[in-house]
Design a protein around this ligand. Structure first.
Ligand code: FE
Length: 178
């Protein structure tokens, strides 16, 4: 029988926190296999674009997902009402409005208020990026006129429809919600 690893009383660093967590705290959330090959977990967003939800915050108004793009060219133009954090896992992309390129291993902060046009270069077969998006993406024309939007709630609607369609049931989305 393997001996359980018990914390040594002589080493206070190994003693777990033993008081209750705060009342009302949301449960933690762990998603294993983020880059899963199970296609049912990748919800189609548009032609050649999929989204894998990780954390959908209905009380904070933000969401974290992995965006997978297997087509090149201009994807869309949008304005952010909140901050965005991005980490490029594979491939690369850039905005028409900036001269930098987000490459594999790059971190990008997109400030609230910014409008930009997302492009995946032609020689990039697959782009995969983890995004945390606060607030809404407003899709706009080149003059900034709004032509639609996405936020955590439109995302949830789309994930629900997808999970229902692949047989997981719409409520499969609940495990990602906090
Ligand atoms: Fe953006």
């Amino acid at each position: 029988m393997p001996q359980p690893t018990l914390p040594l009383a002589s080493d206070p660093r190994r003693v777990a926190y033993r008081k209750p967590q705060p009342w009302g705290m949301a449960p933690d959330l762990v998603v294993h296999g983020v880059m899963t090959s199970d296609e049912r977990l990748w919800a189609p967003v548009a032609e050649g674009i999929w989204s894998r939800p990780l954390h959908l915050s209905v009380s904070g108004g933000h969401y974290t997902h992995v965006l997978r793009v297997r087509r090149s060219g201009v994807l869309q133009r949008h304005r952010h009402s909140g901050a965005v954090h991005a980490y490029v896992i594979r491939g690369r992309w850039h905005y028409l409005e900036h001269d930098w390129v987000a490459e594999e291993g790059s971190y990008v902060f997109e400030p609230p208020g910014e409008t930009h046009t997302l492009v995946v270069p032609d020689d990039c077969a697959e782009m995969i990026t983890l995004f945390t998006v606060h607030g809404a993406l407003m899709y706009v024309d080149p003059d900034g006129q709004s032509i639609g939007y996405d936020d955590v709630f439109t995302r949830i609607d789309k994930y629900r429809a997808h999970f229902e369609a692949v047989g997981f049931g719409a409520d499969h989305v609940r495990q990602f919600m906090r």
